[in-house]
Write a protein that binds this ligand. Structure first.
Ligand SMILES: Cc1cc2nc3c(=O)[nH]c(=O)nc-3n(C[C@H](O)[C@H](O)[C@H](O)COP(=O)(O)O)c2cc1C
Length: 192
């Protein structure tokens, strides 16, 4: 059971551009043995996905082990007693970022993020917005002070990426590292 808990992760998808980052993470997690993925997506995520994915959102969702309705604030991931290794919101919209920063729990995704903060568990927020206005910058500071890690979707170029997949993989690798999940999705600096 302890191993199940340590390999259980929550993936939240909100309505920011960058749904392919979520797809890459879910595909990578799918390839890893014994990772139990709980997915929750906002209506905004489904809207953006319609523009950014070549397949229906359900195909993306099918990569997860459990798909929760964002309306179901009684789902397992809404409770701190349901143990996880952590949660990532990828991509994280300005709206969801601000809700998380200020403890607003008006849907399952924001409630699960709140739970990860209150339980002092890993919470990673992956905003994509650029440029960033003051409300989002302040929300990032608030979220970081509350214990979240803000990991902008801004891949590095020192790995000499050759494709979009390489750029996506860079961000996926950083997410997995922060979640403590062993994976070799992207090259590391000065590691063969
Ligand atoms: C194609 C498309 C791209 C969008 N990109 C972003 C974005 O990069 N960042 C952002 O904060 N909002 C973006 N939005 C707007 C959000 O989806 C919208 O504010 C939504 O209400 C966010 O709510 P949610 O966090 O519950 O998903 C985009 C909307 C559309 C339709």
């Amino acid at each position: 059971m302890a191993d199940t808990v340590s390999r259980r992760v929550v993936v939240g998808i909100s309505g920011a551009s960058g749904i392919p980052y979520a797809r890459d993470l879910l595909e990578t997690l799918r390839r890893l043995a014994a990772v139990e993925v709980h997915l929750v997506a906002t209506d905004g995520a489904r809207r953006v996905a319609a523009d950014e994915l070549a397949v229906p959102f359900e195909e993306l969702a099918s990569l997860a082990d459990v798909v929760h309705s964002n309306k179901d604030v009684g789902a397992a991931i809404a409770s701190g007693s349901f143990r996880t290794a952590g949660m990532v919101v990828v991509p994280c919209s300005a709206t969801t970022l601000s809700k998380v920063a200020y403890g607003i729990c008006d849907n399952l995704l924001t409630r699960a993020a709140y739970v990860h903060l209150k339980e002092r568990r890993t919470l990673i927020l992956v905003p994509r917005e650029a440029p960033l206005p003051l409300p989002s910058l302040e929300a990032m500071v608030k979220a970081a002070q509350a214990g979240a890690t803000v990991l902008p979707a801004s891949p590095g170029f020192y790995t000499q990426p050759k494709s979009i997949e390489d750029l996506l993989g860079f961000v996926t690798q950083r997410i997995l590292d922060l979640l403590g999940i062993e994976a070799a999705r992207s090259p590391r600096w000065k590691e063969s």
